[in-house]
Design a protein around this ligand. Structure first.
Ligand SMILES: [Zn+2]
Length: 79
């Protein structure tokens, strides 16, 4: 697989069973509770694609991989 550029990453925070974004990459909403489940995160950590619809603005993120801090996606999320 091609190396995913860092601009395609977005940090997440895990609290118990919930996955949060400190800030939404699209609309800058703060403390966004995503609908990702722990098992979705585990899939992403095994490089299985996971689609996420961001609840605040309904943008779609395709997660290609995940590590302990970041979601690695197929689109540029950082400026
Ligand atoms: Zn948003």
């Amino acid at each position: 697989m091609d190396v995913i550029p860092f601009v395609n990453t977005w940090p997440y925070e895990k609290q118990m069973k919930d996955i949060y974004f400190h800030t939404c990459p699209f609309c800058q909403e703060s403390n966004v509770l995503t609908n990702l489940k722990i098992k979705d995160l585990e899939k992403a950590q095994q490089a299985i694609k996971v689609r996420l619809i961001v609840p605040c603005c309904h943008e779609v993120i395709t997660i290609l991989e995940a590590d302990e801090d970041y979601l690695w996606t197929d689109q540029k999320l950082r400026k």
